[in-house]
Write a protein that binds this ligand. Structure first.
Ligand code: MTE
Length: 332
């Protein structure tokens, strides 16, 4: 039940309704795995990762962050939520290495306070936001999104944040602002991966302004009822659920409004593999990976069936109109 409070009539949850992380944890998968006795290298690898996950993440370690369930259409999937230990130990965050376990192992060096996000470019009200002020700009909502990585795996994560549109409305884009660019931190002192040439740092991403304004595009500060762990993009990231995971830039320091389509880190690295739009599309394969099916992290038993990938990652009713009339094979 929600109660209405405050000067602005924001809805606040009862304390008992804020979803604690423990509720999201589910040990059934682990027990099932043990019961099947699945042997061999796959189990060894899994057991290693499991041991690592248990060691790195202890429930209740991070600051709780309160939120209300989002009322944005499509923002709360009823699918089973991925376990916290998986979502926080199987990561892509190349600034901390290219192995999935690297970020959870190394991202403790990231200093998330003080932190400033600069809003610049074609806006009437540019400015610098201290992270704690940015976080308070709008009421925090819980959104349970599917996240589909171009590598063929997916997760279901309860994020905490608010629609990026709330910030965009505040800064008042000028008429010629057509795109939004996200620039993320690249600090060679605290981010070992930045010393490698795997990407052209800083990691940047971008959205068309109507995509950035879509209510499902989240400016995220937390997950599983707590502030983001560093490896998931603390202290602030975007989450764009109908696009491949790499569009969801982590640890943002600049949000820039521009007229021309911005270059993105992955597009610069391999333009034939990563287009600007990057909408999840089972009919358009990546040159190296089929996009027709996906493996849900946490369901990766030896005989686990793959899931069919859905157009726009299942968010077609909400976002399909944004691409009406566009050739999605060309605009991949
Ligand atoms: N943001 C930065 N700054 N650096 C990165 O390497 N990786 C992207 C995206 N954001 C990445 C990033 C990719 S490839 C994916 S799949 C998602 O983050 C993974 O988010 P998660 O680790 O929270 O699941």
């Amino acid at each position: 039940m929600l109660i209405r409070t405050g000067r602005h009539g924001f809805e606040q949850p009862l304390a008992s309704e804020i979803t604690p992380r423990a509720v999201h944890e589910d040990r059934r998968q682990l027990l099932k795995w043990m019961a099947t006795g699945a042997a061999g290298a796959a189990l060894a690898t899994w057991a290693q990762r499991e041991a690592f996950a248990q060691q790195v993440q202890r429930p209740g370690k991070l600051t709780p962050i309160s939120s209300v369930r989002s009322a944005v259409p499509g923002a709360v999937t009823m699918e089973k939520v991925t376990e916290y230990k998986d979502a926080s130990t199987y990561n892509n965050y190349y600034e901390f290495g290219t192995d999935k376990a690297d970020p959870a192992e190394s991202a403790h060096t990231l200093k998330t306070r003080p932190w400033t996000v600069e809003v610049e470019g074609l806006v009437k009200k540019p400015g610098k936001y201290a992270i704690d002020d940015l976080q308070k700009l709008a009421p925090q909502e819980e959104r349970i999104y599917r996240l589909r990585c171009v590598e063929g795996w997916s997760m279901v994560v309860p994020w905490v944040g608010y629609s990026l549109s709330k910030l965009i409305e505040k800064v008042e884009p000028q008429g010629n602002a057509k795109f939004v660019e996200f620039v993320t931190l690249a600090d060679p002192k605290t981010m070992p991966g930045v010393n490698s040439r795997v990407l052209d740092w800083p990691y940047t991403e971008g959205l068309r302004i109507d995509e950035a304004m879509h209510p499902l595009t989240l400016l995220g500060f937390g997950m599983y009822g707590e502030v983001l762990p560093n490896q998931n993009g603390a202290p602030v990231r975007v989450v764009v659920p109908w696009k491949y995971g790499y569009k969801s830039a982590k640890s943002i320091v600049k949000i820039r409004f521009v007229e021309q389509m911005p270059h993105t880190a992955w597009n610069k690295a391999a333009a034939n593999e990563y287009g600007f739009y990057s909408n999840v599309n089972p009919n358009v394969d990546h040159p190296r990976w089929s996009q027709a099916t996906e493996r849900r992290i946490g369901e990766d038993g030896l005989f686990a069936k793959k899931r069919k990938t859905l157009m726009f990652n299942g968010y077609e009713p909400q976002v399909g109109q944004l691409y009406a009339g566009m050739d999605l094979k060309k605009n991949f």
